[in-house]
Design a protein around this ligand. Structure first.
Ligand SMILES: *[C@@H]1O[C@H](CO)[C@@H](O)[C@H](O)[C@H]1NC(C)=O
Ligand SMILES: *[C@@H]1O[C@H](CO)[C@@H](O)[C@H](O)[C@H]1NC(C)=O
Ligand SMILES: *[C@@H]1O[C@H](CO)[C@@H](O)[C@H](O)[C@H]1NC(C)=O
Ligand SMILES: *[C@@H]1O[C@H](CO)[C@@H](O)[C@H](O)[C@H]1NC(C)=O
Ligand SMILES: *[C@@H]1O[C@H](CO)[C@@H](O)[C@H](O)[C@H]1NC(C)=O
Length: 388
């Protein structure tokens, strides 16, 4: 509440954002603490979201350090360890938070409306519009903008916007899973499928792998030492989805956040470019909770053309077969950037069996809307794609 009151006037400088985020985190930490300590008598409840219940972590999941940890590192690990061991705040009416990072109007709002229709009470929407105020066509999106700041492609402001979205979405205790989406993303599954997929998981869906090439480890600089060594540096898609506990440890982080803010950005010394949206959360979770992430993203994207930007789909590309094909993929490729590109396939697993990897897909041009609306409005086709 305090955050809402202050936001309009003061949420300008990054320091204040960090301070406010820390306050939110502090409040949450204690809410979580009080909540869990008052119901320790019924630990089985934890199993609703986590098949192992609340995990107790080793202080150092990667163990065997060859160096002494810095003060900040110890502080960070202590906080994260305790947050991971506590059961997150749970709710009788859990919701999925859909967080849209967009310059302005969402071209697929009508499609999302169709997706959300009839599921009131099971989702909440947050919009970070970094350029202009969106024009809405759906009642679900009206008034859902949060305070925003300008974001340019590849800049660190992207991470700050993601944190802003997470902090706002965490204010609602019913939000149990948090999905980051862009203006060019579309859903490729029915709402119920997405809801169950995301709520009944014990991992966050964050793509994470080692890329030894120039667009992976080549972006690392030694100013990140001692806390971030090159062996810990990871790459992955920006488009994550995470459980509440993980959203809280993102807000709790200032050590790695600051490292990446200063040493992983475009136009660094020597003309080097680093893009935190592809490295920060990936590296952070790899270091602090590697077993807690899936290593693949639930948002499909096609990098197979090997260009600077992924393949984008136009209206003429959109067919029943395309959507069906995307929604039935059950292995996720990690593409490295050496001259001899390698493609590592991660099978998408749950409880020992393969399952579809993707719930959303990008990138789609706005001109794909009519075709998608036509396709998704056909109940017969819709049911047959989304229930298989
Ligand atoms: C830690 O690493 C050293 C060498 O790097 C190895 O000899 C030792 O067995 C390792 N300890 C553990 C507990 O893995
Ligand atoms: C998630 O559940 C699976 C079993 O269903 C278990 O093997 C795995 O260790 C759990 N992961 C976490 C992070 O709790
Ligand atoms: C993701 O990768 C990490 C490290 O490579 C591994 O420890 C973890 O078990 C993987 N996650 C799953 C769900 O398999
Ligand atoms: C995992 O599979 C086992 C055996 O098929 C089943 O009993 C259990 O309920 C499954 N767990 C989850 C979380 O789906
Ligand atoms: C709806 O989809 C089904 C299955 O693909 C197809 O047979 C039918 O012709 C479609 N109906 C319309 C009105 O397009």
């Amino acid at each position: 509440m305090m955050m809402i009151g202050l936001r309009k006037h003061t949420l300008r400088s990054p320091t204040l954002i960090i301070v406010l985020a820390s306050v939110v985190c502090f409040v949450m930490f204690f809410t979580v603490y009080v909540y869990t300590s008052t119901r320790r008598t019924n630990p089985d409840k934890c199993n609703f979201y986590s098949s192992q219940g609340c995990r107790t972590h080793d202080l150092f999941p990667n163990a065997n350090f060859s160096r002494e940890l810095t003060d900040l590192e110890i502080e960070s690990r202590v906080v994260v360890k305790d947050l991971l061991a506590f059961c997150p705040l749970q709710s009788k009416t859990p919701k999925v938070a859909f967080m849209f990072l967009t310059p302005g109007t969402l071209p697929f709002e009508k499609l999302w409306h169709l997706f959300f229709q009839g599921h009131e009470g099971k989702f909440s929407i947050y919009i970070h519009a970094s350029k202009e105020k969106p024009v809405h066509t759906s009642k679900y999106f009206v008034g859902r903008e949060i305070h925003s700041e300008p974001v340019s492609w590849g800049s660190f402001a992207m991470i700050e916007a993601e944190r802003r979205l997470l902090a706002n979405a965490l204010l609602d205790p019913d939000n149990q899973h948090f999905v980051l989406l862009s203006d060019s993303c579309i859903p490729i599954r029915r709402f119920e499928f997405v809801y169950d997929y995301l709520l009944f998981t014990n991992v966050s869906f964050i793509e994470c792998y080692i890329d030894p090439g120039p667009h992976g480890n080549g972006r690392y600089i030694e100013h990140m030492l001692p806390e971030v060594e090159i062996k810990d540096f990871r790459k992955g898609s920006q488009w994550f989805s995470m459980k509440r506990q993980h959203a809280i440890i993102v807000i709790a982080d200032s050590l790695y956040f600051t490292k990446f803010k200063y040493y992983c950005r475009p136009n660094m010394e020597g003309g080097r470019n680093c893009y935190s949206d592809e490295h920060y959360l990936q590296t952070y979770f790899n270091m602090l909770d590697p077993r807690g992430i899936s290593n693949w993203s639930v948002t499909y994207v096609d990098w197979s053309e090997g260009k600077w930007h992924p393949r984008s789909f136009r209206g003429q590309d959109v067919t029943f077969r395309l959507i069906k094909a995307l929604s039935s993929i059950n292995g996720s490729p990690h593409i490295t950037s050496e001259s001899k590109r390698t493609v590592l396939m991660t099978p998408c697993m749950r409880n020992g069996s393969r399952r579809p990897c993707y719930l959303f897909a990008r990138k789609f041009y706005p001109d794909a809307l009519d075709k998608l609306m036509y396709l998704y409005s056909n109940t017969t086709a819709f049911q047959s794609i989304f229930n298989s």
